[in-house]
Design a protein around this ligand. Structure first.
Ligand code: ZN
Length: 318
């Protein structure tokens, strides 16, 4: 069996007081031909624990394979699947909320935006239609190629850890359903901070760990044979509570932080399912403290990269 690294203290606050709450099961048998070493991890069970200090949750160990996450995300998707992802309207409510908020906060001309982990490129197209001069980064070769070809904008094939290599800064940086896939989120957000222009904004959307756990727990209770899971194959490795997401942004040097309930995905299917998702979202938005309730299945954060003043009144949090 391959070796595993312990993940150490809490990736957000450094705390070491923790509680185990769920096991992730690894099954990389689909990678058997393209990556036998990765496939050899199949069958391992890895505990997730949450930090008692900040509510962040992470696995207690991860495979020691070099470039583990890049290899895991090297899926050989079909051209048809990637094209369908680009055309899917499933996340358009989320994208609309991000465009609307950033559009009000960034008034420069031209307005530049970097979408980190841009997948098949749908948000790049929508941002371009809204007047943003957008670019993307994407680690997966197939989706990055489709994003570039379908939008005509630059899509850089590089991981979020290497954002510095761009050598440029943007008025807004977006990470939608990205941060939960990456370890050491504070280090990653510090990299993101360096590519946000002075007084620029970052928009982050992630699943809400505690609410997702509650949903999974109830689903397991109500569905015979269903096993509650948050992170099989470590697909989600960083699990944020609202407090942990705010803490991660603070530690990375952002301020003017807001964390709210994210708009829901609206996949195709019965209209009743979409109605329920939208109703729960609207109720959660209007309930005081709703972001801390199980109604907040996903979190949307906005934060500013304030310019440091020369007067000694530093406006960024170290
Ligand atoms: Zn913590």
């Amino acid at each position: 069996m391959p070796a595993f690294h312990p993940t150490g203290p809490c990736w957000v606050c450094g705390g070491s007081s923790r509680t185990r709450f769920n096991q992730a099961v690894l099954d990389f048998s689909a990678w058997r031909e393209q990556d036998p070493d990765l496939a050899a991890c199949t069958g391992e069970r890895i505990w997730l624990w949450h930090c008692r200090a900040c509510g962040f949750a992470q696995p207690d160990r991860i495979p020691a394979l070099p470039r583990f996450f890049e290899r895991m995300y090297d899926q050989r998707w079909s051209d048809e699947w990637v094209a369908a992802e680009f055309e899917s309207t499933c996340k358009d409510l989320i994208f609309a909320r991000i465009r609307s908020t950033l559009g009000k906060r960034v008034q420069t001309t031209p307005r530049t935006l970097l979408d980190v982990g841009c997948h098949a490129g749908r948000f790049l197209r929508l941002a371009g239609q809204a007047g943003w001069r957008a670019e993307g980064t994407e680690i997966n070769e197939r989706t990055s190629a489709h994003a570039a070809a379908s939008t005509g904008v630059p899509v850089h094939h590089l991981s979020a850890e290497r954002l510095d290599e761009l050598g440029r800064r943007f008025d807004a940086v977006t990470l939608t359903d990205v941060l939960e896939h990456i370890p050491q989120p504070v280090a990653l957000l510090s990299n993101v901070r360096r590519v946000v222009a002075d007084d620029g904004w970052v928009a982050i959307k992630v699943p809400c760990g505690p609410a997702q756990l509650m949903k999974e727990t109830w689903r397991a209770r109500l569905s015979r044979g269903y096993r509650a899971t948050l992170a099989d194959n470590l697909v989600h490795i960083s699990h944020f509570s609202p407090r942990a997401l705010r803490g991660a942004l603070e530690r990375a040097g952002f301020d003017e932080i807001t964390v709210e309930i994210a708009a829901p995905e609206c996949p195709p299917g019965p209209w009743t399912a979409r109605f329920v998702r939208l109703a729960l979202f609207q109720i959660g938005r209007h309930v005081p403290g709703g972001v801390h309730t199980p109604l907040a299945l996903h979190l949307q954060a906005f934060a500013r990269a304030r310019r440091k003043t020369g007067s000694g009144l530093a406006t960024t949090t170290p």
